[in-house]
Design a protein around this ligand. Structure first.
Ligand code: URA
Length: 209
């Protein structure tokens, strides 16, 4: 699928297997989410622009390239998206973080916005929306729509697990937004859970099951 980047790497595959395991407790789960997010961040930033600079090594003058100063925003969808933020910041420390609270109504599965706080200059930033699970796509589409309404032009969606239903929903409304995912699972169950998935990402991160 065009614009869908399934990041295939033995370290990610290994860590995702432990993330999925129901016997993995919140501490290890959180650490693994952070580690996979770090590996994803590496791929998500692959197309950042560089500019040439001249530097002095201890031995000689040489040309090098550094990031061209592209302004990045990271927007986790609360609350599970929070688990991915620190890793993204580790690799992109100059990024600013906005927060967006959207939950799925358990009956209608419709997204409900309940909180947001964004950097003032969000419209000038390339924004990475992070949420571990791309399930129905309702929350992702609502988040992207919300950010677009705030003037954001360039967006990427970063998740750990997606399903074809969610990918289709995002692609239909935002064909220009690339999706980065560590796994594409089989389908959704009748409650909107990803199968096989990992259960409720927020509950597993914060031990609220
Ligand atoms: N959100 C989750 O946390 N898990 C799912 O399986 C689907 C949506």
């Amino acid at each position: 699928m065009e614009q869908v980047h399934r990041i295939d790497h033995p370290l990610i595959t290994h860590k995702m297997t432990h993330i999925r395991d129901k016997n993995t407790g919140p501490k290890e789960f959180k650490e693994l989410v952070e580690e996979v997010s770090l590996l994803l961040a590496y791929e998500v930033t692959r197309d950042l622009a560089l500019e040439e600079v001249t530097i002095e090594t201890p031995c000689a003058s040489t040309k090098g390239r550094v990031l061209a100063g592209c302004k990045i925003g990271i927007v986790p969808i609360l609350r599970a998206g929070l688990g991915m933020v620190d890793s993204m910041l580790t690799l992109i420390p100059h990024a600013k973080v906005g927060h967006l609270g959207i939950y799925r109504n358990e009956n209608s599965l419709e997204p409900v916005e309940y909180y947001w706080k964004l950097p003032q200059d969000i419209s000038k930033r390339e924004v990475m929306v992070v949420d571990p699970m791309l399930a129905t796509g309702g929350t992702a589409v609502a988040a992207l729509r919300f950010l677009r309404s705030k003037g954001v032009r360039k967006m990427k969606f970063v998740c750990l697990i997606s399903v074809p239903e969610g990918i289709r929903a995002v692609k239909e409304k935002f064909p220009e937004v690339p999706i980065y995912t560590a796994a594409i699972d089989s389908h959704l169950d009748e409650r909107g859970y990803i199968i096989p998935g990992l259960g409720d990402a927020g509950d597993r991160l914060y031990g609220t099951e």
